[in-house]
Design a protein around this ligand. Structure first.
Ligand SMILES: [Zn+2]
Length: 170
């Protein structure tokens, strides 16, 4: 099989138990993407960089993938990879920095442990941050879908406008 984005991230950062959004952003890769062909939501573990510069799933990568990480890097550096090493990497990094995965986990913990009022604030914070990040991903990731993103965040059914407009303490 061709390499996945996970192979690339491992090559760049070394073997780790898991890789955060910040880890991925540091090497120019988004943590999630979607297949250019079937629009399936993919993680770095099951997303394959293709020669077209888009993410592909295992079923759709065909002969368009890269046999080695070195081959992928040479190609990506040669012409830039849409959805892989994003042309607006700085924007994505900025958005990911505003939504550190550890912070989301802390807030999720607060949602489960604290009083109702705290839960409401925490939930609005998560929705607001997720909405902010979704906006940037929408602009930069081909075939990005809000529903898939919110589902991946455990926020399925969240209204996009609510996410965009509601600041945590409003
Ligand atoms: Zn596919």
């Amino acid at each position: 099989m061709p390499i996945t984005f996970l192979d690339f991230v491992k090559f760049k950062l070394g073997e780790r138990d898991e890789y955060s959004m910040e880890d991925c952003a540091s090497v120019g890769v988004a943590l999630i993407g979607s297949c250019q062909v079937c629009s399936a939501t993919l993680s770095i573990a099951n997303g394959y960089p293709s020669r077209q510069g888009y993410w592909r799933c295992a079923d759709d990568i065909g002969d368009d993938g890269f046999a080695t990480v070195a081959e992928f890097i040479a190609d990506a550096e040669g012409r830039g990879m849409r959805g892989c090493v994003p042309t607006k990497a700085d924007k994505i990094e900025a958005a990911q920095a505003r939504l550190p995965s550890q912070m989301v986990l802390d807030i999720a913990r607060a949602i489960n442990q604290r009083r109702q009022e705290t839960r409401d604030i925490a939930r609005r914070t998560v929705i607001w941050l997720a909405g902010d990040m979704a906006e940037v991903l929408y602009d930069n990731v081909p075939r990005f879908r809000y529903d898939d993103f919110y589902e991946a965040c455990g926020l399925f059914g969240t209204d996009v406008n609510e996410a965009r407009d509601r600041r945590p303490l409003d």
